[in-house]
Write a protein that binds this ligand. Structure first.
Ligand code: ATP
Ligand code: MG
Length: 387
């Protein structure tokens, strides 16, 4: 009995493996992951060779890339391959130099929330990618300026809460910036950060004053750079200044409405932000711009070029993805228009376009509690300036 069952199971496995072998070949052909050569007997299509199949779950394919192919070529068409292999998504990781390990996933690897577990001082957890890799960056070394875009309720603020909660306790960081929504800086009341924070929209001049103060501080830092250094050494006396510009479009809108020909405050705000972006990186400044859509009227190509870390939560269309991630595959950009809150695309130096899920700290009360805990007993300082 056992013998026959084993035989039947083996036969079923063989059929499944055969099916996958064919499905892989045809899906590659359909998705264009192949080369075509003309031979005397007609055109011949060559697809990446399937060298091993481990039937799961999870089912794992090992594939030998064709000469000239990169792992990113397979990742690019993963969405086209997955359904034909009976999977919802593929997790593709390198195996040696020329092989890929392809795990067939029954669910989106980014389903479920990612808990925010602080990594180490100076390091920021941005999220977890489709291969379950934690995206951790040193805000002082790896990152220049950052831009975050996404439609309403896509997860921008929750992401920002996570970043701020991780940086708040670091004595080498001051959290500065403008927040027209009035929510971001509330928990910082009384901390050493609050003197560099402006909330609300009632008085655009308060935002201008803060940005001016930051630019002056930046200029002084650059003027004081020692002769043998071209970047500031971050110390407690000269901390990294992370300048968060939450809902920058809203701030510009309010400033533009208050602008007159004699007093163009909107233009001045743009110029100050432009200076922080252009000259701030070497002076220990890290600007974080948060907008719904990184359109040219808010962040021109110059500002965009200064932002080496670019993150897009759900966008309204594929063209918005293109604004921050030029050359992103069309199918990934299309898929991103229906992304769940907290799921984002990331472009960073040395990283190919990465889909990831941002950590979820909880709602606003948890953010307030995390900041209060991080800032500890230093709660008798200034409160944020109300604009
Ligand atoms: N990383 C995440 N994991 C799980 N859920 C999330 C995550 N990020 C956001 N959400 C959910 O999405 C909701 C909206 O997120 P958030 O307030 O950050 O959006 P937003 O992009 O800032 O929107 P708005 O432009 O309206 O301010 C949150 O209340 C939360 O329920
Ligand atoms: Mg928000």
């Amino acid at each position: 009995m056992g013998f026959w069952t084993a035989r039947q199971e083996r036969a079923a496995d063989e059929r499944e493996a055969d099916g996958l072998w064919w499905a892989w070949r045809q899906a590659c052909e359909g998705a264009g992951l192949c080369t075509q050569t003309d031979t005397a007997s007609g055109p011949t299509v060559v697809t990446p060779r399937l060298v091993d199949i481990v039937l799961g779950p999870p089912t794992v394919l090992t594939v030998a890339l064709l000469p000239g192919q990169l792992l990113s070529d397979v990742r690019r068409v993963a969405l086209r391959l997955a359904p034909h292999l009976g999977a919802v998504a593929l997790r593709i990781t390198p195996l040696g130099q020329v092989h890929a390990r392809i795990e067939l996933l029954a669910a989106d690897p980014l389903d479920g929330t990612v808990e925010l577990v602080p990594v180490a001082p100076g390091l920021v957890l941005l999220g977890r990618d489709e291969t379950a890799r934690e995206l951790v960056q040193s805000w002082a070394d790896d990152v220049a300026h950052t831009i975050v875009q996404g439609v309403t309720r896509s997860g921008k603020s929750v992401f920002t809460y996570g970043v701020l909660a991780q940086l708040a306790a670091d004595p080498l960081v001051t959290l500065c910036g403008c927040d027209p929504t009035g929510l971001l800086w509330r928990p910082f009341a009384g901390t050493r950060h609050a003197a560099w924070q402006v909330s609300g929209v009632a008085d655009p001049a308060a935002h201008e004053e803060l940005l001016l103060r930051l630019v002056e501080d930046m200029d002084a830092r650059i003027a004081d750079l020692p002769a043998d250094r071209d970047t500031l050494e971050v110390t407690e006396a000269n901390p990294l200044r992370v300048v968060v510009l939450e809902e920058l479009a809203a701030l510009y809108r309010v400033a533009d409405a208050a602008s007159t020909t004699k007093d163009p405050i909107g233009k001045r705000l743009r110029a100050l932000v432009g200076r922080l972006l252009a000259e701030g990186a070497k002076a220990g400044y890290r600007v974080v711009i948060i907008v719904q859509r990184a359109e040219a009227s808010i962040v021109g190509s110059f500002e965009r070029a200064m932002c080496s870390l670019r993150i897009s939560f759900r966008t309204d269309n594929a063209a918005s993805v293109e604004l921050l991630h030029p050359g992103a595959p069309r199918e990934i950009a299309d898929q991103h228009t229906t992304a769940l809150p907290g799921i984002a695309l990331l472009s960073a130096p040395g990283e190919e376009l990465t889909r990831f899920r941002a950590p979820y700290l909880g709602g606003y009360p948890e953010y307030v509690a995390a900041v209060r805990l991080a800032c500890g007993p230093e709660l008798d300082g200034p409160t944020a300036i109300a604009a």
